[in-house]
Design a binder for this molecule. Sequence first.
Ligand code: PLP
Length: 643
Amino acid sequence: MGMNWTITEADKLYNIERWGDGYFAVNEHGHLCILSTKDLKGPCIDISDVIEEVEKLEIQFPVVIRFHDILRSQVININKTFNKIIEEAKFAGHYYGVFPIKVNQMREVVEEVLDAGTPYHCGLEVGSKSELLVALAFNLSAQALTIVNGYKDQDFLRLALLGRKMGKNVIVVIEQYSELEELLQLATEMEVEPIIGIRAKLTTEGSGKWSGSSGERAKFGLTIPEIIQATKYLQKNNLSHTLKLFHFHIGSQVTDIRCIKDAVTEGVRIYAKLKQLGLPIDYFDIGGGLGVDYDGSKSLCDSSRNYTLREYAEDVVYILKQVCDLEDVDHPHIVSETGRAVASPHSCVITNVFGKISTVVNNNNNNGDQSFLLKSPGEHILVNDMREIHDELNQNNFQEIYNDAIQKREEMISAFKLGIIDLFDRAKIEILYWKALAKINQFVKKRDDVPDELKELDNKLSERYLCNFSVFQSALDTWAIGQILPIVPIRRLNEKPTVLATLADITCDSDGKIDNFIGHNKHSKTLPLHELKEGEPYYLGLFLTGAYQDIMGDNHNLFGSLNEIHIYSDDDDPSDFYIEEVIKGNTSKDVLAILQYSPSALASSVKKILDKQIQRKKIRPREGVRLIDFYEKCLHEYTYLKK
Ligand SMILES: *Cc1c(COP(=O)(O)O)cnc(C)c1O
């Protein structure tokens, strides 16, 4: 155990308190745990215990763990926050949250959100026919809204009107002008009155990765001339009273609170002017965009945000109140389509590290063999040169020596290509070279005034931990958009981590890696981890993965969906939790079937080929049977590594 290392230091190193937002902490055993009520005295689920339970149930890793209490807590939290500020501000409207299904469509997740949100009349937001098919089947409270966004064809509009026939508050948000004419025509045909929303194309742009969702070049929404045209069209058809909602969405993961303030300020003016024209709009829908502080930096970085939920809600409520009062119009009800911030903390991916790729110097395979380092007769002069470089190194000359070492190694490679150096001499030079770099890195760490090239040594010398998962299935945004996710060892947090590592997944794709992490003050290319111990599994958790990652993840290399464990906290249970549900991930045959391979056809084809081998007496009949059984067994198993 590292000297003077405490769990407080682990918390600081991995920034747990800051990205964890009260839900995550390190317990006295050095295990990461979940505080579902954000209260140290409340239930505390030791994730290490959950892993033990998963092992006992013989469920294979990697697994997704969903903490339903966190999901509930997040839903309650956003509602309570808005309600509290509405009360403090003496604002006349109510808050109605709608959960954007695209963030996480899994039935258990949507059900949990709606259940926790029932007292607050939580509704749903959809952006496609399939999502609307789901939303229509949920029994929402009488006041809850179903908001229909996205481009719409006739059947999409008909489905929305079907919802009206069912007596639901389905609001069709007009994204492009032609949808309005089509909607009114279909409504007449179906003899039902629609409820209409209008999405405005604001000039205010968001900040962060999704800023293109708003502004003049945005894909969605009506311009001001189109909005006026729409209101005239409604008036002409005597349907002005059906326009109930004003909507905008400036993009997901808005990093800067100023963008939110600007958008609300612009939006509420449009709302007020429309009210003054006599349109009975009741709802002001601010879309999504509430950010998640993935790296805990509270900054303008794309993986962070420079505001809290409370500040967000305060800005929305107070700006609305001020402008409405100035314009002398009624306060609207506030709707938000907050998805990412509600869903992301509730799930994590647990992967087991099953090995590592080391640089030559860290590799235990040849550390024992000192013969590589000893001077031997007849060795090439370059070996001797590199040995001198290695031996002469000290804190005063390490910058020069670094350059010499690089140069000598290049000379060695050229010499090797020309056939002048043999394998043994090359091996010696490589070991000496890496040993020199490792020593130089020690000197670099004691100094601030070194060139960037030398600061990169940590990365060059880092180990690669091999993790049983696929980045493309379970952490897509780390690859697609450079998203930072908090990654923390589940156990041994009371031990000082002594290895700097990057992560490699099991896909055969060189992009299947993670090499950008939460660092001390800025992001870091390496993650401090513990030395692996023989026979002791080492588990890493990837956190805040509950929004978007599940559905956007793909089957690259035919790695399929993960086994899932759904957990509730239970104060009466000694371990403070119980597993409510286990959902099996894809087997190989599931993934193959999606791509039109029939597992039985595959098996019979393999059997035919084996039969021929039996006829040719290349294998025995009994062995043939064993082999085909094994092939079929593999078709029915999990797609990830078994160890
Ligand atoms: C994606 C989307 C949302 C959800 O945004 P979050 O940033 O996840 O809260 C809300 N509204 C619309 C229209 C969207 O397209």
